[in-house]
Design a protein around this ligand. Structure first.
Ligand code: SAM
Length: 304
């Protein structure tokens, strides 16, 4: 995020001057929705983000962009303008849109998210799609999601494979509370466990273990731009591989014969993770690309 998006220290939000010259946002003569959106974009917000924040300020669902387009000549009421202004200012200071609106669409589900959990990324749908290729849809299978956060992966798998028995682990009790609430609200059954990677599932075996662990190196400058998200969800030792190493060492003992371990990792970690999976005795080790063409996850299978 460029310097012009960072808080300038001014008390007034950067959007305020552009929304309306006088009597800002009043029903009569205030900025229209289209003008408010244009002002937000001039300040550096991508159009889609500005639309989602405006819809949220208006008390509407963030996917109702067609409504916004149909009403772009409507005047923005003063209270909604103030809410939009405040949301835009927070976004310009780096808070994820998902935290500001409280929701995130993930693999067809609407999850509730806040600063206790990682904002689920679209890239992680690559891992879910791969897991679904491996999971039968006509008979039960046991699945474990390591580092579940908001519950995104576990709940997407539970929704798509109703016969699967899905377990999920996280070391953060706060994250588990968010995940559990999402499960209840969506009516999806997952067995939630608190603790360190495989420790809470001692003695259990699974047909599929998936995980999107922290994988950013402690000193990586990108962490600064992610300061609103839990550090425990992001940073993983000096080379970013501490948690991937721990999982690759411990997970194979929890795989049923023929079971798979699939892990998301950083854009430049595929080779290192494939080596860890091979060293753990798994094969045929392979990687999958995300929509941007980056090797985003790697996995291997226990011999049958
Ligand atoms: C990158 S986030 C992934 C969240 C979610 N699965 C997703 O894809 O959006 C990593 C998660 O791993 C959890 N975590 C970190 N260290 C852990 C550990 N030692 N044992 C279990 N979970 C851990 C964090 O609390 C966080 O929720």
């Amino acid at each position: 995020m460029g310097a012009r998006l960072v808080n300038t220290g001014e008390r007034r939000s950067p959007l305020t001057p552009a929304l309306s010259p006088e009597g800002r946002g009043s029903k009569a003569g205030g900025a229209t929705l289209a003008q408010a959106l244009a002002a937000a974009q001039r300040q550096g917000l991508p159009r889609l983000e500005a639309q989602m924040l405006l819809l949220h300020a208006l008390g509407r669902a963030t996917h109702e962009r067609a409504w916004l387009i149909a009403h772009d000549g409507d005047a923005l009421a003063t209270d909604a303008a103030a809410r939009f202004d405040a949301l835009c200012a927070r976004r310009l200071r780096g808070e994820p849109v998902a935290y500001l609106t409280g929701t995130k669409a993930f693999h067809g589900l609407t999850l509730q998210v806040d600063a206790r959990v990682l904002d689920p990324r679209d890239d992680t749908e690559t891992l879910v799609d791969w897991a679904l290729e491996l999971l039968p849809d006509d008979r039960p299978a046991r699945v474990l999601d390591l580092g579940t956060g908001s519950g995104a992966i576990a709940l997407a798998l539970a929704a798509a494979r109703p016969q699967a028995e899905v377990w999920a682990v996280d070391a953060s009790a706060d994250a588990l509370a968010v995940a559990q609430a999402n499960g209840q609200r969506l009516g999806l059954a997952v067995t939630w466990r608190h603790g360190d990677w495989l420790a809470p599932v001692a003695g259990q075996c699974f047909d599929l273990i998936v995980g999107n662990p922290p994988y950013i190196a402690d000193g990586d400058p990108h962490l600064a731009a992610l300061a609103h998200e839990p550090r425990q969800a992001l940073a993983s030792g000096p080379d970013g591989l501490r948690d991937l190493r721990a999982i690759c060492a411990a997970a194979p003992a929890h795989l049923a014969p023929g079971g798979w371990l699939l892990l998301e990792h950083g854009h430049d970690q595929a080779g290192a993770v494939r080596a860890l999976l091979q060293r753990a005795g798994l094969g045929p080790v392979q990687s999958r690309f995300d929509l941007a063409g980056i090797e985003r996850c790697s996995g291997g299978q226990r011999a049958a």
